[in-house]
Write a protein that binds this ligand. Structure first.
Ligand code: AMP
Ligand code: MG
Length: 289
């Protein structure tokens, strides 16, 4: 087995519980064990197939579920990661939920109300494109609620995730870690491509001015809400191909540890075989007469 088949390379992105990640120090340009972009893409394609096989098993097993939480600055690649990895799962058992600025109805409830209705049922996968963490990130940085309100949310989030885990949901949380230089480069590509103009907004530039406040808010969230049943990973995201390969490796590794099983066979196989043979013989007779 070479280093790429080994899933170990991605494990270094798991933040140890209780540890505060230093996002300024963590490299955004990791290349891992891959020779080049094509090499990483081949690994991702192969791993996506393996993920699909295990997702199928979990879907029919109907006992466990998987929740994938994606958080990132703008243009860090949540949409691309969904397109190239997470969205490659069978849509019968996998759904993506984007969380935007809360609607009037959502704001009239507690902050977990809109989240809880999107968590996965047994057998299913939910992918959150942004999540309940916005309520301790954008909400904190932009003073949308008083500090005494967002401060209590870390514990509320931990209790919520603990409850989901107790109910059979595995939770994986990914922060896509992009450098401000790479982000600006991607904003430029959006400007240069009319198909991407719909993505442009001045708020993205306002958030750049708040880069340090966001970094601090992310470091707090990752430090305070990082458990064995709901771990955070900081994914180097300046290379899109590395981002995809490392998340695919972690998702696959998680499915392997969940070890979903096909249900036991509770029919008489000999009886089904003889029913099949009878039908096949009749069809043979009909087509030869
Ligand atoms: P995007 O994901 O780029 O389409 O943008 C969605 C926007 O919704 C982002 O600017 C988020 O910060 C914002 N958003 C998501 N959840 C919340 C929340 N709970 N409160 C305020 N803004 C939010
Ligand atoms: Mg955006």
């Amino acid at each position: 087995m070479n280093a790429k088949e080994d899933l170990e390379f991605a494990k270094e992105h798991r933040i140890a519980p209780g540890k505060r990640p230093n996002l300024k120090k963590l490299d955004t340009k990791v290349r891992g064990p891959f020779d080049d972009k094509d090499d990483a893409k081949a690994f991702t394609a192969e791993t996506n197939h393996k993920i699909r096989d295990l997702q199928y098993r979990m879907f029919v097993e109907e006992k466990q579920s998987l929740l994938v939480v994606l958080q990132a600055p703008d243009a860090a690649g949540k949409d691309g990661l969904i397109r190239k990895v997470l969205g490659q799962m069978n849509p019968q058992g996998c759904r993506t939920y984007p969380f935007k600025v809360p609607t009037k109805e959502e704001r009239a409830h507690d902050f977990l109300w809109r989240i809880h209705r999107c968590t996965p049922a047994a057998g299913k996968v939910s992918v959150f494109n942004r999540s309940h963490y916005e309520d301790v990130l954008v909400v904190r940085v932009n003073d949308l609620v008083p500090k005494r309100v967002w401060k209590d949310r870390y514990k509320i989030i931990n209790d919520f995730e603990h409850m989901l885990a107790e109910a059979g949901t595995r939770i994986l949380k990914f922060y896509l870690h992009i450098s401000p230089e790479e982000q600006l480069e991607r904003f430029k590509k959006r400007l240069d491509n009319p198909d991407k103009h719909w993505k442009l907004n001045t708020g993205d530039y306002a958030a750049r001015d708040q880069w340090d406040q966001y970094r601090e808010a992310y470091e707090d969230a990752i430090e305070q809400c990082n458990t064995d049943h709901a771990p955070w990973h900081v994914i180097p995201a300046d290379h899109k191909w590395y981002r995809d390969a490392s998340v695919a490796a972690i998702v696959y590794d998680t499915f392997l540890s969940m070890d979903p099983q096909l249900p036991p066979v509770d029919v008489d196989l000999d009886e089904i075989r003889s029913l099949y043979q009878r039908e096949a013989a009749e069809l043979g007779k009909a087509s030869s007469s």
